[in-house]
Design a protein around this ligand. Sequence first.
Ligand SMILES: Nc1ncnc2c1ncn2[C@@H]1O[C@H](COP(=O)(O)OP(=O)(O)OP(=O)(O)O)[C@@H](O)[C@H]1O
Length: 258
Amino acid sequence: MRIAIEELSVALGGRDVLSDVGLIAAEGEIAGLVGPNGSGKSTLLRTVYRHLRPNAGRVLLASRDVRSLAPAEAARHIAALPQERGSDFEFTVREVVAMGRTPYKRAFAGDDEWDRAAVAEALERVGLGAHADRRFAQLSGGERQRVLLARAFAQQPDVLVLDEPTNHLDVQHQVELLALLREQRRTTLISLHDLNAAASLCDRLHVLHEGVLVASGTPREVLTPELLAKVFGVRAAVVEHPLTGDPLIAFDHRQAAP
Ligand SMILES: Nc1ncnc2c1ncn2[C@@H]1O[C@H](COP(=O)(O)OP(=O)(O)OP(=O)(O)O)[C@@H](O)[C@H]1O
């Protein structure tokens, strides 16, 4: 399903955090949000998964405003991996992932065989099939991250919204997570700080700067040395990755942009 963000403005604490942002994630497309700290990436994603209400504009899922959907219906269509994640869950890994099935159930209904199969499959996909009975609270940050991703997969949504999902992951698990996202071919909105990961994963990138969308396009179109200097304040060369052909940003770690 396609997501369209139209003329979206959000104010928090009396301050405009997003101003007139518009972008589209086409069916099956991976759309990346990049931008410096505080540029509004999480705010945009939180508005898509309805934790925030826009002051103006709207988010359309196919042709329907997400705010018009009932909560369970919205959750059957959109699954989120937010940045603020509970750590004190007194639940097992399997129980946390099974929460992804809630939008499909009647009140107080138990898990049926479809739920159990969806949970088992989601755990296998993130490589945690052997950890189903461990306590969530006792996992490392990266393991928790993968459990919460499995919960989003178990929700079997049309759209995935992921806020910095590679946080806490070692490089191998980052690569595996990006591969999982590529192979599932689902409409995905993802914020990433790692611009090289974004360049390799995303079909299109959208750059936020101080709450304003300043560029949209393919990674090759968007990630230019000029944009990196202007928006991120860094000096960098953009070359072709010798193994993959993706754009590869070589940052100058000695000196900021003049
Ligand atoms: N509840 C709030 N009340 C007031 N201001 C807020 C609130 N939440 C976020 N902000 C502000 O909105 C701006 C955008 O924050 P947001 O978290 O969307 O940025 P971000 O691009 O995701 O940043 P980061 O890369 O650091 O995660 C920041 O200046 C932040 O301080």
